[in-house]
Design a protein around this ligand. Structure first.
Ligand code: SAJ
Length: 406
């Protein structure tokens, strides 16, 4: 039996996946509202295929609770934020979860940490908790790190098909957990040691962050040099060994914009490209704002309430707003003691800002400038509605002649 700890963006789909493939699962989360919602038969966020998976899992008897349960395997999928000042990982949720597991955990159980963690976190923070309980790792308890690789918007497919990494002290233990994940995962599963698994995960996200930063730096250079960055990337990518990503308004989400800081925090002075990339990507929302103000000046518009920001989520067709470039942009506005920008996102029902709209047409009717921050299908399909507006398109989806780009 598996007790999955943390029923968020990763824990919930993982728990449902195991359950729908015949594994007995109890999901635990300290958030009572969330547990109540799941108990009432509803999922807690939107994701392609999640509701169907949920129904399958319910049929197979998955249960949800706020309690920790005696089980033979624990999967810990709690958040790992970073400290905004020291840039180091904040392992508080992982520590608390493991401490709680240790209050109910029988001897012989395996604790699998799925949360993304900085290299060395298990050695530094997790092993001591287990040792303090008098348990010997490898004899009384097995410790495993199995970071996930799924992408919001395509989680269910990727859970089944992506390759994965499993880190364990002991090869046999790793193989055992690999077998468990193979109940639903058809991708290759690499078994390695814990520190390698920790580092690999962070390296994957850092690789992507650096590559996006390269595209974003190119966009700034091309703006100054009056060159078309998209055309340049398109042609450069025809080279067999070049694959430049797309520039954008910044990098959001709980992974790529966070994990590289773990390396900067742990290895200051060495993680130089990594830190530069983070800074470039973090500078993009402010850069978008500068573009907006230049465009306002060019059109002699002084009223900020005539500016409409399209998109609040961190990327297209998801409802996840964590670390989103638009939130960073609004924060920047606040720093300059300015507000009044209008905001709309079809996926965000809750009011996040004061001037938020919930109707696309009403939003468009009230603004003169539209800043496209996210390329949701809604705006791609209705792009003609933007005719007559001044458009700043950070996603390269609007092809009107007079469109402004990054
Ligand atoms: N972005 C760009 N330009 C691009 C691609 C992305 O600006 O060419 C932006 C997006 O708009 C978004 C951010 O980057 O704001 C990140 O989006 P993403 O789609 O690249 O990745 P995430 O954060 O949704 O998911 C990532 C994935 N990691 C990698 O691709 C290496 C996923 O596989 C991981 O499971 C996930 O992080 C995680 O949990 O770590």
């Amino acid at each position: 039996m598996i007790n999955v700890i943390g029923l968020g963006y990763i824990g919930l789909p993982t728990a449902l996946m195991f359950a729908s493939h015949g594994v007995r699962v109890i999901g635990t989360d300290y958030n009572e509202d969330l547990v109540d919602t799941l108990k009432s038969g509803k999922t807690t966020f939107e994701e392609e295929g999640l509701d169907e998976l949920f129904n399958e899992a319910l049929k197979n008897g998955i249960e949800f609770t706020t309690e920790y349960i005696a089980a033979d395997t624990y999967i810990v999928a709690v958040p790992t934020p970073y400290d905004k000042f020291s840039k180091k990982i904040d392992p508080g949720f992982v520590i608390k979860a493991v401490e709680n597991v240790m209050t109910v955990c029988p001897k012989g159980a395996a604790i699998v940490i799925e949360s993304t963690i900085a290299p060395g976190t298990i050695d530094k923070f997790v092993r001591p908790i287990i040792a303090a309980k008098g348990f010997v790792i490898g004899r009384d308890i097995n410790l495993v790190h199995a970071p996930e690789r799924i992408i919001p918007g395509n989680m269910v497919y990727e859970l089944k098909n992506n390759s994965r990494t499993i880190g364990a002290d002991d090869k046999e233990v790793g193989e055992g957990i690999k077998k468990l994940y193979s109940s639903f995962c058809g991708g290759d599963i690499a078994v390695t040691d814990i520190r390698t698994a920790e580092m690999t995960k962070v390296v994957e996200n850092t690789f992507r962050d650096i590559n996006i930063a390269f595209a974003n730096e190119l966009t700034k250079i091309c703006r100054l040099g009056d060159m078309d960055v998209y055309e340049i990337i398109r042609i450069a990518n025809m080279h067999p060994r070049v694959n430049i990503l797309q520039p954008g308004p910044g990098v959001g989400g709980h992974c790529i914009s966070v994990d590289p800081w773990f390396l900067v925090g742990e290895y200051p002075g060495l993680a130089n490209i990594i830190m530069a990339a983070r800074k470039i990507n973090d500078s993009m929302p402010e850069y978008v704002l500068e573009r907006v103000f230049d465009i306002m000046k060019e059109h002699s518009i002084t009223d900020k309430t005539k500016v409409g920001i399209y998109g609040l989520t961190y990327k297209e067709n998801v409802d996840d707003i964590r670390e989103s470039p638009t939130l960073q942009l609004l924060e920047s506005m606040e720093k300059h003691l300015a507000d009044g920008l209008k905001v709309y996102d079809p996926y965000v029902e809750k009011d996040i800002t004061q001037c938020q709209y919930h109707d696309f047409d009403k939003f468009l009717a009230d603004v003169d400038i539209v800043v496209i921050m996210v390329s949701h299908s809604e705006i791609i399909e209705n792009i003609d509605k933007l005719k007559g507006k001044i458009v700043l398109d950070t996603k390269n989806i609007c092809k009107f002649e007079e469109t402004y780009y990054l």
